[in-house]
Every structure is written in C-alpha cells, then in structure tokens.
Design a protein around this ligand. Structure first.
Ligand code: AMP
Length: 295
C-alpha cells in the first residue's frame, strides 16, 4: 500500500540527510536508485529490486550536466517531473531527491573522481569526459545518501563496472546491485533517449539487440573468430537505414579489454547512432552456462 507510507520529495541535501538519518535510527536499511529521470520500466525494475532488498528507498533524479559534453543533449534531455514522481510513489519509494545544479556543483567546484583505465575504453573513448561526470556525481550521491545497497542497470554495463571499481578502490561501504536490462518486446533496450527516435528510426533501432543475439548465437555455436563475429555485427547494423555503428565489439566481461578469442565470460558492447540519437546496448555471454545470460 504505497499511499499509506510517507513519500518525501526534496531538492535539499540537508533534508535528504535528515530523512535518511531518521530511517537509519529506526533500524531501516537504506537503498538508493540514482537516475536522470524520464523514468521507464527499466528504472522501475531497479526500484522494485530496491524495494525487495531495502526498507527505506531513495530515488535520485538529477540530469547531471558534467556527464554531458557541450555538443550533447543536456538541454533537450526529457524532464517529465510529475510523471516521474508518480512512478516513484507507485513503486513504493520513500524519498525522491531532485537537487538543483548549484547544490551539487557549488561555485569553485574542483574535485573529481576518475576511474583510470576503465573510463577511457569504449564509451569513454567516444565520450571522453562522460565517466568522470558519472563517477563524481555517484560518489557525491553515495556521500549524501550513504546507502547500504545502490541499484544500477546492466544496460549501462561499463558504468556499473566503473562504479564497482570506484567503491572498491575508495573503500565506499555500499553494495552495488546490477539489475538485468529491461527491453521492449522486439528487443530494443528501454532508454530515456528512445523518445527521440522517429517511427522509422525506432524500427531500425531493433538492429542493436539483433546484433547482440547474432553474436551470442555464433559464439555459443562454437565460432572462435572474434573478428568475424564483430564484422557480422557491424554488417547487420549498417544494413539498417539510419544506423551508424560507433563500435560493436567483444571484450573481457571484467576488464573490458578487447579480446581476440572467446573467454568464459565476455561482454558484447554496442554503441550506434540511430539518426541523431546515440544508443548503447550489451549482453554478457557466459560460455560456462548453457542458457543465454540475461540481457
Ligand atoms: P539513467 O536515468 O539513464 O541515468 O539510468 C539510471 C539507471 O537506470 C542506470 O543504472 C541505468 O543503467 C538504469 N537503466 C536504464 N535503462 C535501463 C533498462 N532498460 N533496464 C534496466 N536498467 C536500466
């Protein structure tokens, strides 16, 4: 009965801290779901996982300017606030934190968290300042919320790996839970950016998940030539109107190093522009298990 619970919406870090402190004093465990809003069923799945694991759950909604490059979509990123708040309330969340930019980045802000190496590969190569913005804001949110568990989507595979590395390296006492990617019936991974797609682009966007499936099928049926698999993925992507692949690659699932032959655990990573919209997707392939890994 979500309506019987208190539901707090605040922009103020102090109020957030007060509410979390009170919940902790009551012996409740704290969950955190960091988001940029424009919430969809993928976000809702993170909130459900939080609800299952933790007693007091905080959703953060902040379109974090430092993870956007100047030419990216910061200004037009969707911000359907009322809809988002309803989704959080319906999902049984206890508090939504929607800070203002100056509270997160006060004048003179000069301290950044960077996970070296991992942050320069794949998405990091395409978006050089992106991950520094992500790890810095997530670290700040961890300082403010001090959650026991924080929930992230596998959809952003490299991101959750970086955050795991960051909390290990910096001894941040939080558990990271990674939740499976939620998809449309035709395979397209849900993303707040899907609203930018025209109907024709939306049809072409299926190519990303199709390319993941192709890679998985080939590798599971014994293909060892990684270059062949990558070429087949690129060909499939390029065969669709509007689709311009950025990368379609196989990497070690833990280090994200490119691989030249199959490993027990690998990840297929794809980034592609579909019209003007940049989409990413991935799937983990664990050859030690028979059933396809969740994707
Ligand atoms: P965003 O609002 O795009 O920054 O995403 C917030 C969180 O939701 C991140 O941990 C994402 O990985 C996760 N997320 C985004 N899309 C999906 C999806 N389709 N399935 C599961 N989690 C997702």
């Amino acid at each position: 009965m979500p309506d019987a619970r208190a539901f707090t919406v605040t922009a103020h870090p102090d109020e957030l801290r007060r509410c979390v402190r009170r919940a902790r004093q009551e012996g409740r465990s704290i969950g955190c779901v960091p988001t940029m809003g424009a919430l969809h069923a993928g976000h809702v799945s993170l909130m459900s996982a939080a609800r299952e694991r933790c007693d007091f759950n905080v959703v953060t909604i902040f379109v974090n300017p430092t993870q956007f490059a100047p030419h990216e979509d910061l200004a037009k990123y969707p911000r359907p606030v009322e809809q988002d708040l309803k989704a959080c309330r319906d999902a049984g969340m206890d508090l939504v934190f929607m800070p203002q930019i100056p509270d997160m980045y006060p004048a003179g802000f000069a301290t950044w968290v960077t996970v070296e190496d991992l942050s320069t590969r794949w998405e990091g190569a395409s978006r050089p300042t992106h991950f520094r913005g992500v790890t810095t804001i997530v670290m700040k949110l961890f300082q403010l919320v001090q959650p026991d568990v924080s929930f992230f989507g596998q959809k952003d595979y490299q991101q959750q790996l970086l955050i795991r590395r960051m909390i290990r390296d910096l001894d941040v006492p939080v558990e990271i839970a990674t939740c499976p990617t939620v998809r449309e019936p035709d395979g397209l991974a849900l993303s707040s950016r899907n609203v930018y797609l025209s109907p024709e682009e939306r049809t072409s966007a299926r190519a990303l998940s199709q390319a993941l499936r192709l890679a998985e099928e080939r590798l599971r049926s014994g293909e060892r030539r990684i270059a062949e698999v990558q070429a087949a993925m690129l060909e499939l992507l390029r065969s669709q109107p509007f689709v311009q692949p950025d990368y379609a690659t196989l990497a070690d699932a833990d280090t994200l190093e490119p691989i030249t032959e199959p490993r027990d655990r690998m990840v297929v990573l794809i980034a592609a522009r579909v019209g003007a919209t940049r989409l990413i997707d991935n799937c983990v392939i664990d050859l030690t298990t028979e059933t396809p890994a969740s994707r």
